[in-house]
Design a binder for this molecule. Structure first.
Ligand code: PSU
Ligand code: MN
Length: 304
């Protein structure tokens, strides 16, 4: 059995049956610049507490799988250089070799499930990259949603991805994609994409019941809850489209491939929007944390 280190707060929540919401750490180490990354991570944890649940930020620190980070551990991780980006393929190797790594959506789902946590909040999931028909770049997050029973609350998938292909793959894999409070599939920095989400639910209790029903049916895998960024905080899709295209062209010109693609694109878009992409990113993550806390609470009421 893997030895999981719980933060004191998560350990207390497990003992008392309080709802817990998992949080990923790649968004801290590879998704946002220091010092905003640690400020946002602490703020998102506080949003979850304010909404009546307990946050569990997940990471591997010197070979130890942590579910819940103490405040000083979170601060240290946000400032560390050269932290690995861990997905399903690399988490075990990192633990086995005593390494330090931040967990992506896929790795966070694996760790959350092992720790008995069923709800997870993030910004955006990985998906099918533009040009995947030649690069084959499809995030392991999609396969993870198909096999690990965790409900992931995200603002859709990042608009740097091919959203139509991402939805097609999720459908093939049997992953429910539930838009919260609207028909359209959201596009991360923008509340709406031109695509309709396959499912829509308007309240946390319905999402929690759907999660519990999948388990009752014996279905593997989780759910993707696509929660739109509040309209007041969004960057309209028309404005972002040319910026994303230019950033993608830069990535191609510089031969950026594999794991480096997502962090590279996020950084270029941050520069090209003069930081506005980060402001929007912060707003949507906080919004997702609040919804995830409500879902976790509803689930506690259903399953005890
Ligand atoms: N959303 C962000 N910033 C990020 C990510 C998502 O705003 O850094 C990360 C998540 O950890 C997601 C990962 O799981 O990017 C996907 O990476 P890839 O495409 O290499 O699978
Ligand atoms: Mn990839």
């Amino acid at each position: 059995m893997i030895d999981i280190r719980h933060s004191s707060e998560v350990a207390a929540a497990r003992a008392s049956g309080k709802p817990v919401v998992a949080l990923e750490s790649t968004i801290i180490t590879h998704g946002m610049p220091y010092p905003q990354n640690t400020e946002v991570a602490a703020q998102v944890e506080q949003d979850i507490r304010d909404a009546g649940a307990v946050p569990a930020t997940i990471a591997v620190l010197e070979g130890q799988l942590h579910v819940g980070l103490e405040a000083q551990e979170l601060q240290a991780l946000g400032q560390s250089q050269g932290v690995a980006k861990l997905s399903r393929a690399d988490m075990a190797a990192c633990i086995a070799t005593g390494g330090t790594g931040a967990t992506t959506v896929a790795a966070t789902m694996i760790a959350a499930h092992r720790a008995g946590i069923e709800v997870f909040a993030t910004g955006g999931i990985g998906g099918v990259h533009k040009g995947a028909e030649t690069s084959f770049d499809i995030s392991a997050d999609l396969n993870e949603l198909a096999q690990t029973p965790v409900t992931v609350v995200a603002a859709g998938a990042k608009a740097i991805l091919d959203l139509a292909k991402t939805l097609e793959v999720l459908e093939t894999l049997g992953v429910p994609v539930i838009a919260h409070g609207q028909d359209a599939f959201p596009a991360f920095w923008s509340a709406r994409s031109p695509l309709k989400a396959p499912l829509r639910m308007d309240d946390a209790a319905s999402i929690a019941r759907a999660h519990a029903t999948r388990a009752a049916l014996g279905l593997p895998g989780g759910q993707l809850v696509a929660n739109p960024i509040p309209v007041a905080d969004q960057i309209p899709a028309e404005e972002l489209a040319p910026i994303i295209a230019q950033s993608q062209a830069d990535a191609d010109a510089h031969g950026i491939t594999g794991k480096a693609v997502t962090p590279y694109l996020l950084q270029r878009i941050y520069e090209r929007t003069e930081g506005r992409s980060l402001t929007a990113n912060i707003a949507l993550v906080r919004n997702n944390a609040r919804l995830a806390a409500k879902i976790a609470q509803s689930l506690t009421e259903i399953t005890g």
